[in-house]
Design a protein around this ligand. Structure first.
Ligand code: ADP
Length: 653
């Protein structure tokens, strides 16, 4: 409280009288402590309020100066108090001191303020008052600390704040707010006109409206605008949040606002939005739909592509999960549901394919990929992912599967035929061999009737052998097990050989066979010579067989680019237009089964297989009743226009 001079034994009762005065009582009731010191004796008088401030019982004896310093004053404040007291005694000027004491008993620290003066006309006596200012002090300290912290935080995060009086021209801005506008932190708060001059013109009117209208009670107003910074002239985006205080009568008072610089933030947001846009576009272009179910907000989103894939009308809200299951194909529902559950329960990523039946009835295969997101408590807060239509892929897979099955079945059939024909040939050769022996046996000659019957057996046997051979050949070629050795084959030679082989039959049928263009190009083709003869023989013999007496068959050749075209024409029976499409099918005799013309229906099938395996093709034109033209298109030998590599090497058995 004071730091007067040395103690003395002199007792002066007048102090107690002073404390008992009605004025003193009023002062004490107001919580003001009173005290008096006799400097000569060091003796003190404290009123009860002072005693209670120190944690002492009312009515007890006040401590002496020395005791007071030793037991009550906070050691950190002692030196300061002593200096103040010395100054007081030297100059006699009233003083005020703020210091801490420790209360008796509890040891609680309190902040006190004392003021004192010499008693009027008596430099030996000091009168003083003491106030306990702990609460105020604490509040002040807290406020100071808060301000320091806020200032620190404000600088750290670039956060400014301020207030505006209602209708006031000038508000109060924190240093950081000034910094945000590019003003020195200690500059005076700018006037409205100065503020508006710094706001980007397109934003001015909007901000003006905000500034002149108080924010509705309880409301928060948030808005952003661009400013030109005073120091470096940079354009920055500031975002403000403000609220207005109202008095009990509902009149608007101060408006408080906080401001941050959001330039980078907004730029990043814009970038993100653009990036999302681009991603969305890419996804749309790739046919990928996106879906997002926010469990917390209950908001579900389907991208337009997602809706399209599911045949969901555009503009309609997404289906709930339950309703979605209704869209899923009945057979896939249980499995989709369990995949969903696994994603929710154990966080397993979703990736599965299933069918949906769209509203328009179309069945589509879709693939969903996504995940369920959980909060710290493991609750699902969001599910999102992508969906794409895989119907085409699924169809292609199904087709490939069917094709593979068919190919396997075909291979098995070929294998079977090849074995069968092989097994049939051995006994058939025995039948034919013994029939021949019987016919030629002069030691045991047959009767004319027996000879005739045996001839039938032989004819049937030869036919059967031809059939078996053709089947075997066909199956071996089909299985690409027939070795082929391509070389340059002379056409005139091959055709001549073929014509001479067919000559007896042609003569018998009364059909003339000619080589039309022996002198013309091309002279050679690139082919397996044996197979080429087989091809020609097949076509020429058909021309003879399906002909009439007096008819002709003409074989010719010409060039077509890098290919040679061998033509076999006849003016025979021809083929009905509707049947031409059935040519080249094994065993299909297109209606000639009962004509009496010998045949198996395998010749043309063999022709097609062979010519294609030699890198060529077969073409046909025919008119019923007028005749037919079959064309073999074959490569020319290398050096004569042909590439020389028309034949793939066949794997040999
Ligand atoms: P095949 O002669 O053993 O019956 P092919 O495979 O050689 O078997 O011919 C299939 C069918 O095509 C014949 O049965 C016949 O009806 C028809 N055909 C083939 N060549 C001719 C042709 N030059 N003129 C008319 N019809 C033909």
């Amino acid at each position: 409280m004071n730091e007067p001079a040395a103690p003395s034994d002199d007792d002066t009762p007048s102090a107690a009288a002073l404390f008992d005065s009605p004025l003193a009582e009023a002062v004490a009731a107001a919580g003001v402590g009173l005290w008096e010191i006799d400097l000569a004796s060091g003796r003190e008088w404290w009123n009860d309020t002072t005693l209670v401030m120190y944690g002492l019982a009312p009515g007890s004896t006040a401590p002496t100066r020395a005791e007071w310093r030793e037991h009550f004053v906070h050691p950190d404040d002692l030196a300061r108090l002593r200096a103040t007291a010395e100054e007081f005694e030297r100059t006699g000027r009233p003083y005020a001191a703020e210091y801490r004491i420790r209360r008796a008993g509890s040891g609680e620290v309190r902040w006190l303020v004392s003021r004192s003066a010499f008693k009027l006309g008596d430099r030996g006596r000091v009168l003083g008052i003491t106030l306990d200012v702990t609460e105020r002090h604490d509040a002040e300290r807290r406020a100071r600390e808060a301000e320091a912290q806020l200032g620190h935080a404000a600088r750290q995060v670039g956060f400014g704040f301020g207030l505006r009086e209602p209708g006031g021209e000038r508000g109060e801005w924190s240093p950081e707010l000034k910094r945000l506008w590019g003003l020195p932190p200690d500059a005076p708060t700018p006037l409205r006109a100065e503020i508006f001059a710094r706001i980007a013109p397109p934003d001015r009117e909007r901000v003006r409206q905000r500034l002149y209208t108080p924010i509705e009670p309880g409301g928060l107003s948030e808005y952003s605008f661009d400013v030109m910074r005073a120091d470096d002239g940079q354009r920055r985006t500031l975002t403000t949040r403000a609220y207005t205080e109202y008095d009990d009568a509902g009149r608007p008072g101060r408006t408080y606002f906080a401001v941050i610089d959001t330039t980078e933030l907004l730029a990043r947001e814009r970038e993100m939005a653009e990036l999302l846009d681009v991603q969305q576009m890419a996804a749309e272009a790739a046919g990928i739909g996106t879906w997002d179910r926010d469990v917390l907000s209950g908001i579900d989103r389907w991208s337009p592509q997602c809706a399209r894939i599911l045949g969901h009308p555009e503009g309609e809200p997404p289906l709930s999960r339950e309703a979605y299951l209704g869209l899923v194909h009945e057979e896939d529902r249980a499995f989709v549901r369990s995949a969903w559950e696994r994603a929710d329960d154990v966080g397993e990523p979703m990736d599965f394919e299933y069918r949906v039946v769209r509203r328009d009835g179309a069945l589509r295969w879709v693939r969903t990929r996504g995940r369920s997101e959980h909060d710290a408590q493991g609750r699902v807060v969001r599910r999102r992912g992508v969906i794409f239509d895989i119907t085409e892929r699924r169809q292609a897979e199904a087709e490939r599967h069917a094709r593979e099955l068919a190919e396997r079945a075909n291979a098995a059939k070929t294998e079977f035929l090849s074995r069968m024909s092989h097994e049939l040939r051995t006994p058939l050769n025995a039948v034919l061999g013994f029939a021949q022996l019987m016919a030629l046996d002069s030691a045991d000659p047959l009767s004319p009737a027996q000879r005739e019957r045996l001839a039938h057996v032989q004819t049937a046997g030869w036919h059967l052998l031809a059939l078996v051979n053709d089947v075997l050949d066909l199956s071996r070629i089909e299985a690409r097990k027939a070795p082929m050795q391509p070389e340059a084959v002379s056409l005139p030679a091959a055709v001549a050989e073929c014509i001479s082989m067919i000559a007896p039959k042609a003569a018998e049928a009364g059909v003339a066979v000619h080589w039309e263009s022996p002198a013309l190009e091309p002279h050679e083709v690139w082919a397996d010579p044996t197979r080429l003869r087989q091809l020609l023989l097949n076509l020429v013999s058909n021309g003879v067989k399906y002909n009439r007496r007096g008819g002709w068959v003409r074989v010719g050749a010409q060039r077509r680019g890098t290919m040679a075209v061998l033509t076999v024409r006849d003016n025979g029976l021809g083929i009905a237009a509707g049947r031409i499409g059935q040519l080249f099918q094994p065993f299909n005799r297109i209606g000639r089964e009962t004509s009496g013309i010998e045949g198996t229906g395998l010749g043309l099938a063999l022709v097609k297989l062979l010519v294609e395996q030699m890198g060529g093709a077969v073409e046909v034109d025919s008119t019923e009743g007028a005749g037919s033209e079959f064309r073999l298109v074959l490569p020319l030998p290398p050096g004569q226009g042909g590439s020389g590599v028309p034949l793939t090497p066949w794997p040999l058995e």
